[in-house]
Design a protein around this ligand. Sequence first.
Ligand SMILES: Cc1cc2nc3c(=O)[nH]c(=O)nc-3n(C[C@H](O)[C@H](O)[C@H](O)COP(=O)(O)OP(=O)(O)OC[C@H]3O[C@@H](n4cnc5c(N)ncnc54)[C@H](O)[C@@H]3O)c2cc1C
Length: 549
Amino acid sequence: MSSANIEDRAGVSVDFDVVVVGAGFAGLYALHKLRDQLGLSVCVYEAGDEVGGTWYWNRYPGARCDIESYCYSYSFSDELQQEWEWTERFAGQPEIRRYLNHVADKFDLRRDIRFGTRVVSAIYREERSAWEIATDQGTRVSAQFLVAGTGNLSAPKVPDFEGLDDFSGQVYATSRWPREEVDFTGQRVGVIGTGSSGIQVIPELAQRAAHLTVFQRTPNYVTPLGNGPMDPEFQRYIKQNYGTIRTRSRQHNTGVPYDRVQPSALDAGPEERRRTYEARWREGGFRFLKDAYSDLMVDKDANETAAEFIREKIREQVVDPAVAELLMPYNYPYGAKRPPLETNYFRTFNRDNVTLVDLRRTPLHGIVPSGVETSAMVYELDSIVLATGFDAMTGPLLRMGVCGRAGRSLAQCWENGPRTQLGLMVDGFPNLFTITGPQSPSVLYNMPLAIEDHVNWIADCIRYLRERNIKTIEPSVESVSEWGSHTNEIANSTLLPTGHSWYTGDNIPGKPRAFMIYLGGAPRYRKICDDIAANGYEGFILGRELTTG
Ligand SMILES: Cc1cc2nc3c(=O)[nH]c(=O)nc-3n(C[C@H](O)[C@H](O)[C@H](O)COP(=O)(O)OP(=O)(O)OC[C@H]3O[C@@H](n4cnc5c(N)ncnc54)[C@H](O)[C@@H]3O)c2cc1C
C-alpha cells in the first residue's frame, strides 16, 4: 500500500482520502465501499494480525453467533450470498472467521490493510482540515476522513482482581484467546463471569477440565440457542429468496425476518401464553425475546411472565434445587442485560465435575497464587478463565486517543456519557465517522446489517461532499443534544435502562452511566438517517471554506 499524497482542490496534500480503523465486519466493508465503489484512497489499520475483528480475537471454545448465520452475514453482494455455504444454523467462530477471510480474498482487501498496527492517536488539524493519525508502529499519516470501525465489543474490560499477577497457574481471557488450542485435560479450571461469553465457554470447559468452578455474580436469563446443522433444503430456499429475506430483515428491529410477534403477553390467557413461550423456546435464537410478545420490554408485568417461564425452565433442567435457585435471575427485567443464548449451559451444572460459586453470598476477595479467594475459602486452581466482558460501545473509541477541534479530546467531550448525532458523528470532530457508534441501534440490531447501513450512509455523505467541493462535515451542538434527548426518551420508555450492564456502562467502575443504544428500532432509525441526508444533511455544519493556518 502506498500513500496517495493527494493534492486536493484547495492545494493541501493528505496521504489518504480516508483512514479506516479496524478490519472486522465494519472495516472490511468500509474499505470495499470507499475504495472500490467511490474510488477513494483508503488505508486500514488493524491491531490484530488478520481480518475478523470479534471473530479474530474471541477464539474460546464455544464462541459462536446467536443471530442465524444466514442473517448474520453481509448482504451487499448477492454473488457472495450465493456462493457461501453455512454449515450450522448459528456459525461457530472458526466458520465466521473463514467467511471474513473469504470476503477479504474475494474483494482483494488485504493489500490496503496494515495488520498488527494499533492507532494510538488521531488528532484533527484544523489548519489542514485533516486528521493526523499515529500508530504504535511509528507511522504517522494524514487523511481527510477518519472512519472508526473499531467495534462495540473490542476493548476488553481490564481485570481489576487484586493479586491476579501473582497467580501461579495460567490466566486466559475469552476476548483474547490464544491461537493454539489450550489443553485443559486433568486441570482444575475456574471461570469468572457468566455473561454471554461465559455461558458459551462453560459447557465446553466442563467437558475438558478435571474440575470446573464457575464464579457467578449475576445470574442471567438464558434461553436456548437451538443450534444444529444447516438443513440443505433451507439453505436452497434462502438462496432463492435472499432478496426478500433481507428486505424483511431490514424491516424488523432485530434485523432478522421474524414475523410472529403478538401484541401483548398480558392479553393472552395463561395457556395460550405458555404455548407461545414453549414454541419460541423450542425454535431458539432470539425468537423467545423478539418474536413472542411486543410488550416484554416495555411492561414490567408482561416481562415477568417471560422471566418466570425462564425460571421454570431452569428448575426443570438443573437437578439440585439449591443450585437451580442460585442460577435464577430475579432482581432485574428479562432483556435489560444482554440475554445470552445457551447450548447445554444449565445442564452443565448437573455434572459431578462442576461447582457453582455464588459471589453475591461469598464475594470474591482476590486472586492468590494457588487460586481464587472468596469470603468463604480459597478455590485451588490450575487455570483461570476470565469471561469478564468489555468496556463496551465507547471503550474502543476512547482508547484511540481522538482529539477534535481546539485539541478537545473525545474523553472530555464524553465525560458525562456519549454525545453523538445518530451515533455516526460527534460535534467538534469534523469528518470523523463512527460505524455503529453509541446511540445508534448497533448491538440490538443484526450487526452486519447495522454496519452496512452506516457504511452506505457514510459513503453517500462523502460522495455528496466531494461533488460539491465541501471540505468538512460535523454535527451542530443542537442536533447532538436533540439526538441525545430523543435517544434517552425512547430508552426511558422501556425497561432496558433499569438493568445494570455494559448497555449502561455499569460494568466499568467510574464509567458514566448512560444507555448507549438507540431503541427506536432500525427501520425508524434508517428513515431518520435517510431523511437527514435527503435534506442536505440537516443538523450538520458543512464547511465549504478551508481555513489555512
Ligand atoms: C463473542 C461475541 C459474539 C457476538 N455475537 C454476535 C451475534 O450473534 N450477532 C451480532 O449482531 N453481533 C454479535 N457480536 C457483536 C460483534 O462484535 C459484531 O457482530 C461484529 O463482529 C462487529 O464488527 P466490527 O467490525 O464493528 O467490530 P469488531 O469485530 O470488534 O472489529 C473491530 C476491530 O477494530 C480493531 N481496533 C479497535 N481499536 C483499534 C485501534 N485503535 N487501532 C487498530 N485497530 C483497532 C480491533 O482489533 C478489531 O479487530 C458478538 C460479539 C462477541 C464478542
